[in-house]
Design a protein. Sequence first.
Lengths: 324, 392
Amino acid sequence: MGRKNWLIMLGAAIFIGVFPWLVMPFKAVSHYVDVMVFAGIFSLVCIGLSLLMGYAGQISLAQAAFFGIGAYTSGILTSKFGVNPWLAMGGGTVVCATVAWVVGVPSLRLKGHYLAMATLGFGVIVNIIFAEEVNWTGGPSGMIDIPYLRMFGRKITSDLAWYYLVWGIVFLVLIFCFHVLHSRVGRALRAIHEDERAAESVGVPTAGFKVRVFMLSAVLASIAGSLYTHYVTCLNPSSFNLMWSIRFVLMVMVGGMQSLWGALVGTVLMTFVGNEWLQVFAELEILAYGAILLVVALFLPGGIVSIGGFRRKRRQSALEGAGT
Amino acid sequence: MKSAKNLIGLTVLGLLITAAVLFWSKGEGIAAEKEPYKIGAVFSITGGASLLGEPEKKTAEMIRDEINKQGGIDGHPLELIIYDDETDPTKCNLAVKKLIKKDEVPVIIGPSTSGTSLAVVGVAEEAQVPLVSCAASYKIVTPVETHKWIFKVAGSDSHVVGKMFDYMKSKKVSKIGIMTVSDGFGASGREELVRLAPEYGITIVADERYGPQDTDLSAQLTKIRSAQPDAVVNWSTGPTQVLAVKNWRDLGMDKIPLYQSHGFGNLKNLELAGKAAEGVILPLARVNVGNLLPDDQPQKKVIMEYTKSYDERYKEPVSSFGGHAWDSMHIAIAALKAVGPDPAKIRDHIENTKDFVGQHGIFKMSPQDHNGLSKDDLEMVVVKDGKWALAK
């Protein structure tokens, strides 16, 4: 990854590191740490979605479903079978990768936005399963008795511990994704995004790459789901419905599709907007979201990170990265 | 020149805002002789369960104003902080954390639904702040050992089924056919019907399910009829419960009485079902039938007062859900009055609530029972001339 990205990452890491100590002394904003834990969990989903949307040029409306599959796999394995939570998290990623492969292979071979349609249907079906398989999932009233996550033999319960755990994982995932993007795979993905036929003509196996990115995005959503499970210790189908899939797409679009930083900025911003700053809109939230999306699409197609020439710099650094 | 004008304009605006803020804070300072007592509330005011959250919010606000008009709790004004969770478990989780950290409330009432309540049980338990849920699921308060700080004011489905079965036994009903909707409400009802039937010597001869969006239930009813039960029990909310009544009437099944769940206890349903609903039997909380109660019924007084003031203020009838908010609010206020704003003491006080006369019954909390209601807190009601009447 390029030098610029390392610098941004250093800055971001310092900010994330000191953020709790900036807000905790002030009672009025002390709960921002909790909002940031959820923002971090959602960031994992959105980083995966950003790879898929911004780099492979495909939209998925099933990220909430993968988020849910990861969450329920963790929940069921740990509460009903007593599996170690970390192993269960791994189990979730395997399940999600397999499901993504099954859904992705037929739909990604087709041209255009067939994946969006296939995933829309898939997401709805998965949500119905969460609600109907009462014996396994607890149904609409929810699944309870999920154990806490343990680390070094101790239960992780404090919000601060969760904050650093979640954001630590976010940064590890970011580093991994930047490495992927600046490898041969990343160049192939960008080629697919620019022009799929041209990429194919120079020998890029487009379908294969798209399926793999889709699987990667599902795996990241699954990890996020497992973290959510153990953080909230209760699961409910309505946390994983179509509305959430749309929210994830929105987070990525607001931040800037063609940048992993955009996904991060968009997620944090939209989590605060949805839970803190736009609370007054309540039921009209979906309208407010529509308006935000419209404004972004019309006036700021590159998302928030494109403001102030950031995008140009990013392009440059991407080129540097690609050149090495 | 233009920028100078702008600057003056901005300065004036800034001064006005400052003055307004100062005036506001001063106004508050005069009113509050003693420090205010806080109650935190989370309701599903919007989203899928807004039917529950809306009357809950209205009721809580009405009680706050009543208490403050009477001079507060021992002179302490009551401050009510309400957040809307939009029927979303994640938002509910964050709202409760916000109440605990930002607003530092000593007691929380709500959330409205079982799903959102279960999503915050762990938060309240971990932070050791008492929470009085307005939702029904028994999972919210059991096992009591790990739900030390959690209470609920809504009765469980087992109470509703128990009351219904008691009445059936008195009517010599021994074989029933049940039909339930496949959502959280129907699934929980079905679970209790199947579990409790043997205890009351009742046999379930038909067990039919249907989806919440179904538009015809004749098939289910025909199957039930062919099993020759003494009564039919339908357990659902929304349009399907009206549909069940209409189909039951259309099939001429009058000889087999139709029992509904407490979900049917909304006057809207009677309007929608019209004449077809005559004779439908259901267990209902007393808050819905205040005017039918005999005068010596201990709850009559509080129910009539609530019904009257709610109707005066909001021009709409009271509902079971508003009743839950009334109960949780007054239980919290009683605790604040007795022990002050100390979460641990409030918890102990709520746990020892005895003979508290509320909208949904006479609460008898104990360390083993964090609900305090029983099947005897319900009334069997029959539809007569398009209105509720007590079933004899």
